[in-house]
Design a protein around this ligand. Structure first.
Ligand code: SF4
Ligand code: SF4
Length: 340
């Protein structure tokens, strides 16, 4: 009897919540809200506490020269071409027939040549569907909150043991504001712990709306100098730093891990790392981590036919260790050395 009553109360509360949300202008049930997602990665141990499932959303306001997820930058789907898997046009050629714009012709060595000017607006990318070798692939797919959370929920037992959960990453996860907030609200309803990895370049109100739904925030602070930040990411850092200050002062109980990707010829020097640590020092509950630049995304630039702006530059390990020592000296135990 108690169970039936309790279910009735829960159901009643749920409908009241739905009504309130409707009155507030939310037209869709959170579970139906859709967003553009390019990957759901299980069993991550690097992007928040414990074992996590990372939902990678598309769209980013920055264009960091070192970005290791170039497929995350545009909101629209991307066409990837892995030349190594192609069967050759004379043996196959399905893609040349499938493209409604005639954008695929025969290039050198019998390999398709793609003229990409129509690809961004070509929503369904039939060439990829026609390719029998998965040489042509689509990065990005519209997925509902229900669909994404059904995958996330498969690992609840691991989250419970490790205090892990869902991390929304990107791209910038809060750029698809309605989707991100619906995903966080519904995760909250399902008792899934939540985190975001944000570049901070979002509307202050969006960050403020997301904060109460989060258990952890991983917040990138890439540089302190607005001019250098703009040169290397396409945008100044003023809004990012203001958002960071707002978040850590208005939500002092929300654990925040500030992170700096340490990138050669951008911020791999003592002066910059010291300036970042000095900026973080007054915010006593904020922890800090430095991530060494890597070249793991290089192949994806080739698949997308985009220039690798970083060339073949590498991060000097010895220098990186020295920079970690600077951070440890300023921030003490609030500085976390990267996991090996
Ligand atoms: S994505 Fe569309 S426009 Fe681009 S090559 Fe494929 S079918 Fe043609
Ligand atoms: S359909 Fe795929 S395998 Fe066939 S020619 Fe085109 S890219 Fe190559």
């Amino acid at each position: 009897m108690y169970t039936v009553c309790r279910l009735n109360v829960l159901s009643h509360n749920f409908h009241i919540q739905q009504l309130e949300r409707h009155n507030m202008g939310f037209e869709l049930d959170d579970n139906q809200q859709k967003g553009m997602v390019f990957n759901v990665q299980k069993f991550s141990v690097h992007d928040g506490p414990g074992i996590r499932t990372i939902v990678f959303t598309k769209g980013c306001p920055l264009r960091c020269r070192w970005c290791s997820n170039p497929e995350s930058q545009l909101h629209e789907t991307d066409l990837a071409f892995n030349v190594g898997r192609c069967l050759g046009v004379s043996k196959c050629g399905h893609c040349t027939l499938a493209c409604p714009f005639g954008s695929i012709t025969v290039g050198s060595n019998d390999i398709p040549k793609i003229e990409r000017s129509h690809c961004k607006d070509c929503e369904h990318k039939p060439c990829a569907e026609a390719c029998p070798a998965q040489s042509l692939l689509i990065y990005g797919k519209e997925r509902s909150v229900e669909d994404v959370l059904s995958v996330v929920e498969q690992d609840m037992v691991f989250y419970a043991r490790s205090k892990g959960g869902l991390t929304i990453s990107g791209g910038e996860p809060l750029l698809q504001t309605d989707f991100a907030l619906a995903l966080l609200r519904e995760a909250h309803n399902r008792h899934i712990r939540t985190a975001i990895e944000t570049c901070g370049m979002v509307q202050e109100e969006t960050l403020r709306a997301a904060a109460p739904l989060l258990h952890n925030v991983l917040f990138d602070i890439k540089h302190i100098d607005p001019v250098i930040h703009k040169e290397q990411t396409g945008r100044s850092n003023e809004q990012i730093l203001a958002n960071f200050k707002m978040l850590v002062t208005e939500f002092p109980k929300l654990p925040v891990l500030a992170r700096t990707p340490v990138v050669p010829n951008f911020n791999d020097n003592g002066k910059t790392i010291k300036a970042i640590c000095d900026f973080l020092l007054p915010f006593e509950h904020v922890h800090y981590e430095m991530l060494p630049y890597h070249r793991l995304g290089t192949q994806k630039y080739q698949f997308l036919d985009r220039p690798i702006l970083m060339g073949d530059v590498q991060l000097n390990n010895k220098k990186f260790h020295g920079l970690q020592n600077i951070a440890a000296t300023i921030l003490g135990e609030r500085f976390h050395r990267p996991n090996k």
